[in-house]
Design a protein around this ligand. Structure first.
Ligand SMILES: [Mg+2]
Length: 317
């Protein structure tokens, strides 16, 4: 291991660790020692973001750091888990201290706003890629799985759709201003952790939208053994999406585009209003976009010509 990489490892050390964060021993030893809350379930997920597959290699380093953590945290949000800890594996083509300092700024900033402690890291040389394992907690029987949707449940989605695909389109056109709403949605997604916790006890099932609404809805219906009638006109479109892609393109992006990291949930109709009230308190809309049916299959939209995100046949950003 080169000395530059030792230097980089220091950039990745957490700003703070202590009993408050549930960290008995953080970065620096062979393992971290964590203090899980007694009686709670540990929710664990890992995501690897690869340059020019999941994000543009030339994106601002702080956005790459933010995004790599955000996409992993989105899975905790989709389980209704409270995010607690993470570990990161960073692969870099060269030891560029300025790049890593900016990357670490983005990563640590999201750690702070979400209350997550980075408790371990690993740096190696190779093609740019970031693997992030996240750990969260949820009380027994409170986790929001994909398998709980029941016929008659409402289907609803947090926030707005299509921003990930719209932002990617703007990036390809040469837009580089991160203040552009669509570019923010693509490169700086906000994991819906607070919403996930707020939906505990109300939602019957949940999944985060990483591969596209239609694809992830298919996963949810399959896991629950149900079907759905979707109302495509009800899909809440991201700010600037129609201007960027036109009306049909915007609707297609909302339906099939990936990288939105919103939560798709099902709820008994009697719970919808309370769920909307709780999320409105966070400034987040929850829009009803369909109804769960006993008959399998998806109606209300044409059979998808786009299967959503696929890793191997997929094109690079
Ligand atoms: Mg997911």
């Amino acid at each position: 291991m080169h000395s530059e990489f030792d230097l980089i490892t220091r950039f990745l050390a957490p700003a703070s660790a202590g009993s408050e964060a549930g960290v008995e021993l953080g970065v620096g030893d062979d393992c971290a020692l964590l203090e899980p809350t007694p009686g709670e379930r540990l929710a664990v997920s890992v995501d690897t973001s690869v340059a020019d597959v999941h994000f543009p290699a030339s994106a601002p380093p702080h956005a790459i750091g933010h995004r790599a953590l955000a996409v992993s945290l989105s899975d905790l949000a989709a389980m209704g888990a409270r995010a607690r800890w993470c570990v990161m594996s960073l692969t870099l083509p060269e030891a560029d201290g300025d790049w890593v300092a900016d990357f670490a700024d983005g990563f640590h900033a999201l750690c702070r706003t979400t209350g997550v402690a980075l408790t371990g890291g690993d740096v190696s040389r190779g093609e740019l890629a970031v693997g992030v394992t996240v750990m969260g907690e949820v009380p027994p029987a409170m986790a929001l799985t994909r398998a709980g949707a029941r016929p008659g449940d409402c289907l609803a989605v947090t926030g707005f759709l299509g921003g990930g695909a719209g932002g990617l389109a703007r990036w390809r056109e040469g837009e580089r201003d991160l203040a552009t709403p669509l570019l923010r949605r693509y490169l700086l997604p906000q994991p819906r952790l607070v919403a996930g916790v707020a939906l505990r006890g109300l939602a019957s099932s949940a999944i985060d939208i990483s591969d596209g609404l239609q694809a992830d809805l298919g996963h949810l219906c399959q896991a629950s053994g149900v079907g759905v009638v979707l109302s495509p006109d009800a899909l809440p479109l991201a700010e600037g999406l129609v201007e960027a892609l036109g009306e049909p393109g915007a609707r297609q992006a909302a339906l099939c585009g990936g990288d939105d990291y919103e939560l798709l949930v099902t709820l008994p109709p009697a719970c919808l209003e309370e769920a909307q009230r709780r999320l409105a308190a966070q400034g987040l809309p929850l829009t009803e976009i369909g109804r769960i049916t006993a008959e399998p299959g998806m109606s209300g939209v044409e059979a998808s010509t786009s299967p959503g995100w696929r890793h191997f046949p997929g094109e690079a950003p």
